[in-house]
Design a protein around this ligand. Structure first.
Ligand code: PGA
Length: 241
């Protein structure tokens, strides 16, 4: 594991974008594992800038996202498909047919999950996986539990996640209670994992993920076992290390 500490959110975002850009330059048809939330927005802005200013080329790339709320369509401005279109895909030259997000409208949970695992298998796995980390240590929507999930699964969101994500909805009642998330197999089989965190509020969980016991109670702790995992932190998120 490598830990890179940057000065602030802007520098963290630049570093994350550089790692993804380097992957894409070396292998234009890379499979990019992408994440939503506040943390990656700055990295996506940097990638858009690199696309525009430096002609960073996404035309041969594939992407597969970590998760999606159950019940939200891609037109819903809270869906993660909508987020990806708005924050990245609409501004770069990726072929949207080559971008994958779990289908929130597929209410047959088994089918939704097995379809997504089949997509991941067809893509041949992920070259570089970007992750954020929840305050409770979740990665994707893999919430603290008594065992690590393996394949794509349907999760009941933890109350702390519902509370944290309520800021994106007009009321907490609108936050979906369930989500589809890629499991640990997809994440751990990625050739490179980049996990980003910013701000004091993440300092405790970052410390637990890096130095704590590997445990499904802190899902991100599994990354201690990944052969090529890079934590990119700002000073505040790294302040307890
Ligand atoms: P955040 O979410 O980037 O909005 O802090 C991270 C996560 O919940 O994985």
């Amino acid at each position: 594991m490598r830990v890179i500490v940057t000065k602030n959110y802007e520098e963290m975002s630049k570093k994350v974008a550089q790692l993804i850009a380097a992957q894409l330059l070396l292998k234009p048809n890379s499979v990019l594992g992408l994440a939503t939330g506040s943390t990656p927005i700055g990295a996506y802005k940097n990638l858009i800038d690199m696309h525009k200013a430096l002609e960073l080329d996404f035309s041969k790339a594939y992407s597969i996202n970590l998760d999606e709320y159950v019940g939200l369509s891609e037109e819903s401005d809270q869906s993660y498909r909508y987020f990806m279109n708005e924050n990245l895909f609409n501004h770069i030259n990726i072929n949207k047919d080559n971008t994958y997000v779990p289908n929130g409208l597929e209410l047959d949970e088994k089918k939704a999950c097995s379809n997504y695992d089949a997509i991941l298998e067809k893509l041949g796995g992920i070259d570089i996986q970007l992750l954020g980390i929840g305050h409770n240590g979740h990665i994707g929507f893999n919430e603290p539990s008594d065992s690590f999930s393996v394949g794509t699964n349907c999760v009941a969101l933890a109350q702390s996640t519902i509370d944290a994500n309520a800021r994106f909805f007009s009321s907490i009642d609108e936050v979906p209670r369930k989500a589809y998330t890629m499991g640990m197999a997809g994440i751990m089989q990625a050739k490179t994992v980049v996990i980003a965190a910013s701000g004091q509020a993440k300092a405790d969980i970052v410390k637990q993920a890096i130095y704590g016991k590997v445990s499904p109670e802190v899902p991100a702790s599994i990354l201690q076992l990944h052969a090529n995992c890079i934590f990119v932190l700002d000073e505040a998120a790294a302040s307890k290390l």
